[in-house]
Design a protein around this ligand. Sequence first.
Ligand code: ZN
Length: 330
Amino acid sequence: MNWEVQLRKGLWIPQADCWLDAQFPATRSVVSHAHSDHVGRHKELICSPPTARLLRARMPGRRIEHILPFGHKEALTKDVTITLHPAGHILGSSLIELQGEPGTLLYTGDFKLRPSLASENCATPKADILIMETTFGLPKYVFPPDDEIFGNIITFCQEAVADGRVPVLFCYSLGKTQEVLRALQPAGLPVMLHDSALRLTRIYEQFGFTFPAYRPFNADEVGGHVVICPPPHQKGGLLNRIHARRTALISGWALDPGARYRFRCDAAFPLSDHADFNDLLQFVELVQPKRILTLHGFAKEFSLTLRERGWDAWAIGKENQLDLGLGVSG
Ligand SMILES: [Zn+2]
């Protein structure tokens, strides 16, 4: 028997009678992490304890929550078990390991191999089949060391404050905000957070993360503060309430030439909560899969890179259905 995988709006694994990261209201789905493009209003969901807590804040409502701590193995069907491992992407983010007669299948969700200031460290369990995200699957996406980026962000903030401007850092409210907030600790500058980010930061604290002092955004007292808020194309932008400002995008896409112009900001810093090209290659080496399926971003290009290095690797396209025989080359 082989693993069967169907990609629709999420991955359907018939043998496990379960979806992975379904993006619609499914009967039962494992949720790898609490970012909105990995979840729907499911009847029953399976996730890590921090993911359950974050989802309750972001997506209230009634559902059956099946909370699975990292490293605990449970039965999904009489033939298939599930284990979650930390994925290093955001708080609670999980690699999903399924075990059954066809062997071990590992699905990464979003992951980051380099250690993050705002996530558990990524695990690297061995698996027969690896289904991995490849958002930054081109050789040009190699990020500078985090310390160098943090130093540059702090300098940007200090210079803006010295010039009488408010430094505004565009960060997604879940994950990036908390990482940047922790990175700002040595700067000693007071920080104001957008409402949604503030609520989520409190949840990080409940799971043992500590932060420098921060307070809710208040336009009347913003002078001398660093403001962390979602990028302007997201809801709840604060920009029109801060007049003397200097803005910076904090995103892996900052590596693209022209990012500053595209995102209309004064600076751009390439801090990402995803694996970069080198992380992706290293992760494959550590997991040692017999077959690899790539997903998201530069999936085709990265599967070709892997095949050139001798791996049995294929991109999963839309509406693909694959029968993953371990002995079958494709
Ligand atoms: Zn994510």
